[in-house]
Design a protein around this ligand. Structure first.
Ligand code: MF3
Ligand code: CO
Ligand code: CO
Length: 290
């Protein structure tokens, strides 16, 4: 999603005693750090709702994984996503979201994200494809994406890209093995791993808060400096979804897409991405989409 910059304030309701969490957050706020607002802290009931949406979202992606094969169009994947989601009481969040025409994003090779499923786009052996699904269930949202190597085999350097993108997600997750870390800590660790592997991190798009809406605060950038960005505290739900490029990081919208959704690499080199929805707990993040 697009980035947003504003200062938040942690407000303790009048007459309410300070909790340990209030004290910790107020201390960071006093040091000029970006802290969440109270609305970003989900209740246990809301977290259960997001977890249920996550279970359905995972089942949708599992169905795609089971059926995907060379010769299939990305439109057929979209149909699988729509049918499975709606048959199980969910709504595909992308459908009609800010004019997006389909139920999921299918991003092949040099498409970075937000690829639009099409009957004319036939998957071939060696293609690398990201399928990004977001499910609304009882008003709660869960968002995840996976890479698929069509036919199971691709060029070694493309396979390495897919693997490094996965490693970047896991590294971001490890940074969140305790609460009260910053979004910039995640980005910094991901960026280092990508650069060590001579790959680049897309800067124009980021992860995001999720749960009660499709895209909430905070922005979760996949690059940056430690100690910057928003403080992550127990009860926050958000995605990590690094987009890693084999070439340089610059991206643009695909001139051939009249909806202007499709994001492609400028240098036509491939891009890979994995995404999970997480809840921060007292013991670090838990994945809600597997
Ligand atoms: N699922 C994407 C994300 O991870 C957002 C897609 S917006 C859509 O944030 F409209 F293209 F679906
Ligand atoms: Co997302
Ligand atoms: Co997504």
């Amino acid at each position: 999603m697009a980035k947003n910059k504003k200062k938040n304030q942690w407000i303790v309701p009048d007459g309410q005693p300070l909790t340990d969490m209030d004290i910790r957050i107020l201390e960071y706020q006093g040091r000029g750090k970006l802290v969440p607002t109270r609305e970003l802290i989900k209740t246990p009931e809301q977290i259960e709702g997001i977890r249920r949406a996550g279970v359905l979202n995972t089942a949708v992606l599992d169905t795609v994984a089971e059926k995907i094969r060379p010769g299939m169009s990305t439109w057929e994947i979209d149909k699988l996503v729509y049918d499975y989601t709606t048959q199980h009481g969910g709504i595909p969040a992308p459908l009609n979201y800010e004019g997006f025409p389909n139920s999921c994003c299918t991003s092949v090779n040099d498409v970075v994200c937000h690829g639009i499923p099409s009957k004319d786009e036939i998957l071939e052996e060696g293609d690398i494809l990201n399928v990004d699904c977001t499910t609304i269930l009882d008003g709660y949202y869960a968002d995840a994406s996976r890479m698929f190597v069509i036919g199971g085999k691709t060029e070694p350097r493309w396979q390495r890209l897919v693997d490094v993108a996965w490693e970047c997600l896991k590294i971001g997750e490890q940074v969140c093995s305790q609460p009260y870390v910053f979004v910039g800590d995640i980005g910094n660790a991901i960026q280092k791993h990508a650069h060590q592997n001579h790959m680049s991190v897309v800067r124009d798009l980021c992860g995001h808060g999720v749960g009660l809406q499709f895209h909430e605060e905070p922005d979760v950038e996949h690059y940056g400096h430690r100690g910057t960005g928003m403080l992550l505290v127990p009860g926050m739900t958000f995605t990590i979804e690094p987009m890693i490029n084999l070439g340089h990081w610059q991206v643009c919208t695909d001139a051939d897409d009249p909806t202007e959704w499709t994001v492609v690499t400028e240098d036509y080199e491939p891009s890979a991405q994995w995404e999970h929805t997480y809840v921060m707990t007292e013991n670090g993040v838990e994945i809600l989409t597997h």
